[in-house]
Design a protein around this ligand. Structure first.
Ligand SMILES: *Cc1c(COP(=O)(O)O)cnc(C)c1O
Length: 375
């Protein structure tokens, strides 16, 4: 029986293995194992493809998110106890970063149409303590629209982005500073290059992008023991720097960003055309195809666990993003005990992620769709 693996990272990297080996070898031979040439080149490239002045490499995406909050606190622009609006159905790291910065996450339900935060549900949770929206471009889809932009302006909020899943996505609506790329729409954005992300390192890696020089300087200092120059610590900081081996890998991978986004868009369109099982809810396709880079292709199905088992029995490996939403995780269940989030629960109970890996071909997608249609 033919197998359809969910994601095999060795297979993903195989076509560019020579290039990756050479990149890693450059660092090995350089004698410079923290910071250096690869890091600078990575930051310059990331900033330039997003048309944003400042990028700072970080140890991972969670640290990128945490550094944004710590930087705003260090600059006196955010304070402990400030309320930050965030989608309830995000990956838990977004909410963890807010809580670890001693701020208050205010969870907002998603739209079942986009599976992203529902902009029309935001205004009713705004209070005098609300300082920012942390939008999350979940599964690779732009989570920003005119309604969100108007709210940010009307209530004088900061706009942050968790762009861990959406590098390369382009918003139809112009961001606060004239850009359209996710990660460049607002005041600061965190990226993750965790190996399974659309652009994946060979270990943990992340970045922060911002149009503000003071924020970039604070993030860079905070990630390096709070020092603005050698042995001069202006903040009580952290060690959250990007590893140059990962920077070298990412300098190779970023060259293939457009190709990778297009490949995912084509695969999603193939699933969309061929899945006809009436029990299955397919993800909606945005009006402009560039608004989605399909980190995951997520369907909703009744009796989800049985559905997955039946797919597995036919060789189709799937995954779930995410089975337990943040407000039900043991670490936060008490904090969020009074919350009623039926849409978030509904998605958690019915979502299935189909194979989207670079090793999944359009023909595979047609066959997987056929298998789904016969369940
Ligand atoms: C992966 C991810 C993160 C965390 O990134 P790491 O690099 O794994 O720390 C944060 N938010 C979202 C939405 C993610 O998908």
């Amino acid at each position: 029986m033919k197998e359809y693996p969910f994601l095999n990272l060795a297979q993903v990297n195989a076509p560019i293995m020579d290039e990756l080996r050479k990149a890693v070898d450059r660092v090995v031979c350089s004698g410079r194992y923290v910071g250096g040439e690869e890091n600078s080149r990575f930051e310059q490239t990331l900033a330039s493809i997003h048309n944003t002045p400042f990028a700072v490499g970080t140890s991972n995406g969670l640290d990128g998110l945490r550094l944004i909050f710590e930087a705003y606190k260090a600059l006196g622009k955010l304070h402990e106890g400030d309320e930050i609006i965030v989608p309830a159905n995000t990956y838990i790291a977004t909410i963890m970063a807010i809580i670890q910065a001693r701020m208050t996450p205010v969870l907002v339900e998603p739209s079942l149409h986009t599976l992203n935060i529902d902009s029309s549900a935001i205004e009713r949770v705004i209070t005098p303590r609300t300082r920012a929206i942390m939008t999350v471009h979940l599964y690779g889809r732009v989570a920003y629209d005119e309604a969100m932009r108007d709210l940010v302006r009307k209530h004088n909020l900061l706009l942050f982005e968790d762009n861990a899943q959406a590098i390369g996505a382009v918003s139809a609506v112009e961001g606060l500073y004239g850009n359209h790329s996710t990660g460049a729409l607002g005041d600061a954005a965190a990226f993750s290059f965790y190996p399974t992300k659309n652009i994946g390192a060979m270990g943990d890696a992340g970045a922060v992008l911002t149009p503000h020089a003071d924020v970039a300087d604070a993030v860079r200092a905070l990630a390096n023991y709070g020092s603005d120059r050698r042995y001069h610590n202006i903040y009580s900081g952290f060690n959250c720097r990007l590893d140059p081996v990962q920077a070298a890998v990412l300098n190779v991978k970023l060259k293939y960003l457009n190709e990778e986004s297009t490949r995912r868009q084509t695969l999603a369109a193939t699933y969309d055309r061929h899945i006809t099982n009436p029990k299955v809810t397919r993800p909606t396709i945005p009006a402009s195809s560039s608004e989605h880079v399909w980190h995951q292709y997520v369907i909703l199905a009744p009796d989800r666990d049985r559905f997955r088992e039946n797919l597995a029995a036919k060789g189709v490996q799937t995954d779930i993003h995410y089975a337990t939403p943040p407000h039900r995780q043991p670490c936060y269940a008490t904090r969020f005990a009074s919350l009623h989030l039926p849409l978030t629960d509904h998605i958690a109970n019915h979502c299935i992620s189909l194979p989207m890996s670079p090793a999944t071909t359009a023909q595979d997608a047609i066959e997987i769709a056929d298998i789904i249609n016969r369940l």
